[in-house]
Every structure is written in structure tokens, then in C-alpha cells.
Design a protein around this ligand. Structure first.
Ligand SMILES: Cc1cc2nc3c(=O)[nH]c(=O)nc-3n(C[C@H](O)[C@H](O)[C@H](O)COP(=O)(O)OP(=O)(O)OC[C@H]3O[C@@H](n4cnc5c(N)ncnc54)[C@H](O)[C@@H]3O)c2cc1C
Length: 331
């Protein structure tokens, strides 16, 4: 980390005190599989990266127990242990890992300005954004109570644990229809809980889900509670809420899958970085390049489709390689 000469720098018309400014070649924002993998590759390429972890050090996987689908762990591994291993691996090659949140950015200059915790300013030649995406939940108390004990927001990650069992999927869009058909291949029965009397999913996905024999669609139902002693054993639903036919029913299930969307953590970058209508950062296909030269995006924040640890790590690797090439050409 090199320090700027004492002076005041003007950005966004604000005077920034030099004592709170650092300059680095490569700044990584986020400490999930994408951020740590980018840090491993960037430090091994001698870019001396600085990584800010954000509030959730280690990312989403720190909220789960077993990870069984990450290659290289034949017996599986817990999410927190895997993230600790990735962190250690990045530190081994010299990555400077710090706790802090990117609270604002200015990407209008060749040197990219990122403010950490509304206080410290990092000036970076290249920035890798790896801030992930957060699954949306219904907001009922029992979702929190049964987190990791029957409640999941990822059928690809957790479906395998429910082989031969009964589960429910909440949602009416493409993701919900996809997750319901995926789970139908593993589970005995899948309830698809749909708030309205129609699906928002594409015609092709609707056709698929409507023709999967072990998927039962519960139209005009909403989940109001989950119950069970040592994990989810069932859900309480309200049918046709607010109408004369309103009815409360209970279904027996072992797993409850949310499929009502994700929020990419991209708000802080949106003034400069192009996103799609949901907020996923747009990258040039086949690369991690964003619309701003020198800014790269990796992991779930730019991935509306896969959102897996291994794909996040893969794009983290790509971002570090893209950043290294960009920096080597920088005059
Ligand atoms: C409960 C659960 C179980 C899962 N199980 C599996 C599984 O078994 N297998 C699998 O492959 N995938 C699984 N996933 C999905 C997997 O966790 C994600 O695909 C992966 O973590 C995405 O990695 P990422 O690096 O893109 O982002 P994340 O892991 O989401 O990390 C984002 C990072 O960015 C940081 N951040 C956010 N905003 C800021 C900011 N403004 N400034 C600084 N830092 C910031 C956060 O603190 C965090 O460290 C699971 C997800 C969940 C929620």
C-alpha cells in the first residue's frame, strides 16, 4: 500500500483529508467466494490487493452448515470453515484483508475512489466488485427460527437434503417454477405456493411445472407461519385472504424453499455502474468487465442465473485476471 504525498484531493467537489486517503492498485469489495478467490489470484499476480469484507465477513456461506457441492471436499465442509480456508489462502499470498463497508464510490476518474465506512478513502487503479446478492424472504418470524433447519432460499444448494421428502416452494415467477421442477426430481411431493391465481413464469416454464405430476400448485395461498419441533414439519397457509372464501389450512412439509427473488448488493455503485432492471451488474459477456474501464464485477452481484459458490469463485478468478491485464496496459 503506497501513500499519497500530503495534499488535498478534490473529488465530488469535497475536500478529502489526506490522512484518510490510501492508494492501491487493486481494491476488492466483498469477502464471499468471489472476493476471496479474486484476492488469491490478485495477490499471486503481485497486485498487492486490499480487500474490504463488508458486514458479513465470509459472505453468504457463513450462514449455512454443510456445503456438499463445492469441488475438492469429498466429505463436504461447513460454510464457515470453507470461508476461513479461503481467507487464509488469500492471506498466505499477501492479500490485505480488512473489515469495512464501501459506503460510496466515485468512478468518474481514471483513479477510482471508494469511501469506506463514510470515512476512509481508497484510491484504486482497478476495483473488483464482489458484493453478492441477498435472497428475499417473506418476513415472517418463523423463517428466521428455522433458518438452516428446513428453510432455504436455494434449491440447487439444499434440495439434495430433502430427497424422498415433501417440500414447498413459494413464488410464482420463473425461479419458483424452475426450483419446483428441480425439486420434483428429488422429492416425493412439491407444493408450489402461489399468491395469485396465475403464474408470472414464462409460458414454457408454466407448461413444465403444470405438467410435472408431483407438483401441486396451491393457487391464491399465502404462508403465515411454519411449525415443527426440531425443524420445519409443516406450514400454515391462508387461502383467498380477505375474501368470503378465506380459509386457513396446514400442510405437512420437511422443507420450505423461498423463490421470490434476490436483491443484488449493487446500490452503492449504481450511479456509475450499469445494472439490469433487478440490479444485477451488467458485464461484457465472457468477461467480468463492467461499463467502466478498470471496474470489474464477480460472483452473485452480476449473476442472475447460477448463484453458486463455485461460479462465484470462478468469476472471482476471472476478475483478478481481467484486472491484472487492465493494470498491465495502464499508462
Ligand atoms: C443458506 C445458504 C446456503 C447456501 N448453500 C450453498 C451451497 O451449498 N453450495 C453453493 O455452491 N452455494 C450455496 N449458496 C450460495 C452461495 O453462498 C453464493 O452463491 C455465494 O456465496 C456467492 O458468493 P459471492 O462472493 O458472490 O457473494 P457473497 O457470498 O454474498 O458475499 C458478498 C460479500 O460482499 C460483502 N459486501 C456486501 N456489500 C458490501 C459493501 N457495500 N462493502 C463491502 N463489502 C460488501 C458482504 O459482507 C460479503 O462478504 C448458499 C447460500 C445461502 C444463503
Amino acid at each position: 500500500m503506497e501513500f499519497f504525498k500530503p495534499m488535498e484531493i478534490k473529488y465530488d467537489s469535497k475536500q478529502v483529508n489526506i490522512e484518510n486517503i490510501e492508494k492501491t492498485r487493486c481494491l476488492i469489495i466483498g469477502s464471499g467466494p468471489a472476493g476471496y478467490t479474486a484476492a488469491i489470484y490478485a495477490s499471486r499476480a503481485n497486485l498487492k490487493p486490499v480487500l474490504y469484507t463488508g458486514l458479513q465477513m465470509g459472505g453468504q456461506l457463513t450462514t449455512t452448515t454443510e456445503v456438499e457441492n463445492y469441488p475438492g471436499y469429498p466429505d463436504g465442509i461447513t460454510g464457515p470453515q470453507m470461508m476461513e480456508d479461503l481467507k487464509k489462502q488469500a492471506e498466505r499470498f499477501g492479500a490485505d484483508i480488512r473489515f469495512g463497508i464501501a459506503t460510496s464510490v466515485d468512478f468518474s476518474h481514471k483513479t477510482h475512489k471508494v469511501t469506506i465506512d463514510d470515512d476512509k478513502v481508497i484510491l484504486a487503479d482497478a476495483v473488483i466488485i464482489a458484493t453478492g446478492a441477498t435472497a428475499k424472504y417473506l418476513g415472517i418470524e418463523s423463517e428466521v427460527k428455522y433458518a438452516g433447519m428446513g428453510v432455504s432460499a436455494c434449491a440447487t444448494c439444499d434440495g439434495f437434503f430433502y430427497r424422498g421428502k415433501d417440500v414447498a416452494v413459494v413464488g410464482g415467477g420463473d425461479t419458483a417454477a424452475e426450483e419446483a421442477t428441480y425439486l420434483a426430481g428429488l422429492c416425493r411431493k412439491v407444493y408450489l405456493i402461489v399468491r395469485r391465481d396465475v403464474l408470472r413464469a414464462s409460458k414454457a416454464m408454466q407448461h413444465k411445472v403444470l405438467n410435472t405430476p408431483n407438483v401441486e400448485i396451491l393457487w391464491e395461498h399465502q404462508t403465515i407461519d411454519l411449525f415443527g419441533d426440531d425443524g420445519v414439519e409443516g406450514a400454515t397457509l391462508i387461502k383467498k385472504s380477505g375474501t368470503p372464501e378465506e380459509e386457513v389450512i396446514k400442510i405437512k412439509i420437511d422443507g420450505f424453499f423461498l423463490a421470490i427473488g434476490h436483491s443484488p448488493n449493487s446500490d452503492v455503485f449504481k450511479k456509475f455502474i450499469e445494472t439490469d432492471e433487478v440490479g444485477y451488474i451488467k458485464t461484457i459477456p465472457g468477461t467480468t468487465k463492467t461499463n467502466v474501464p478498470g471496474d470489474f464485477a464477480a460472483g452473485d452481484v452480476q449473476d442472475p442465473h447460477y448463484r453458486q459458490a463455485v461460479t462465484a469463485a470462478g468469476t472471482g478468478c476471472m476478475a483478478a485476471i481481467d484486472a491484472e491485464r487492465y493494470l498491465s496496459e495502464l499508462k
